[in-house]
Design a protein around this ligand. Sequence first.
Ligand code: CAA
Length: 390
Amino acid sequence: MNFDLTEDQSLLQSAVREFAENVVRPRAAVIDQSGEFPKDLFHQAGQLGLAGVSVPVEHGGSGMDVVAYSIVIEEISRVCANLGVILSVNNSLVCDPIEKFGNADQKTRFLEPLAKGEKLGCFALTEPNAGSDAANQQTRAVSEGGHWKISGQKVFITCGSDADVCVLFAMTSPEKKSRGISAFLVDAASPGFDRSRHQVKLGVNASGTVEIFLTDVLVPAENMLGNEGDGFKIAMSTLDGGRIGIAAQAVGIATEAMEAAVRYAKARRAFGKAIAEFQVIRFYLADMATDVDAARLLTRRAAAVKDMTKKNGGRYGLEAAEAKLFAAEMAQRVTTKALQIHGGYGYTKEYPVERNFRDARITEIYEGTSEIHRLIIAREIFRDAGLAIG
Ligand code: CAA
């Protein structure tokens, strides 16, 4: 087993770190406070090949592997969780399903500009009554003269404020339940496609989270992604990949908080010495470092397994769920301890650790809550044991 990055992955990591430190860091705290969607940073990231990291070069991407993709999301999220999730959505929830399920025409029209970062995508699955219970879709699509007419409401749509293209899920045959859901590629400029103002949140406040209202939106029949009725499977398999991105985001946020805690512990003096000399602080930091490392290993393993399934087939949902569950919960522990090490200063806006603490919280909720991940992992355990339940 080799834990070293390849030469390409190392070079990519250095280039992304430089971009993150020089271009993104000066904006991170500012957009956290203003909530301004950093579309210019997304386009710049696109020019560096970060909008479609593992999309094949012939479709506008960088043609790298999924491990490389996880490194990109970790490095960007370390500095700015907002840009981290924006890139994660565009790469894994938008480009990925078009690459996997799209036809040649859809790849030319949609995937190429998305993978180059010329256009931005969003993924519209969640509804007011279809969060964890994602199959309970109320948005309806009705076939009408070469088009699908779509009406309904979506909520908590990351990047929704600025997206040009929306991977959208709607019921085409309600009586078939999850087998009656279909996926569509929707031009966000279509008449009847309306968005709310930004939903103001605890963290990742500049990620363009909006509600989307669809009123008789006409989508050409050729914009259906995959076959009619395949939408739920497309959504679920897409989220398997998306969860690797969120695990990497959690690792990035936690790494930043831990490094800040180390710096603070060396500089802050109490009782006549640096607090880094107290055993309690050293033990906190030892646990934090172990936690971050374990989460990074689980995340890169999930990415490596996804890479293997691209060549050999098979599934990686279990590895992705374990990585997302562990990394998200790890990020709560690590950012909480990092804030504690900073004492009262950690609770102020003078130090960025409070932003890491707030940003980490969402990783336990979006792209499947920790509770849903335990459900998925338990199902896999029983499937492997030959006991199919639920
Ligand atoms: N890959 C392919 N197919 C899958 C699959 C997967 N990973 N998981 C399930 N399916 C298939 C099943 O095989 C089944 O197929 P058949 O009909 O042929 O038997 C079908 O889908 C239905 O599966 P389930 O019976 O497991 O469905 P369920 O209703 O019990 O739901 C669930 C399962 C795991 C709870 C699912 O609803 C879920 O993952 N919920 C969480 C939703 C979520 O993560 N939302 C995130 C929104 S996006 C977001 O958050 C983005 C952002 O902001 C950044």
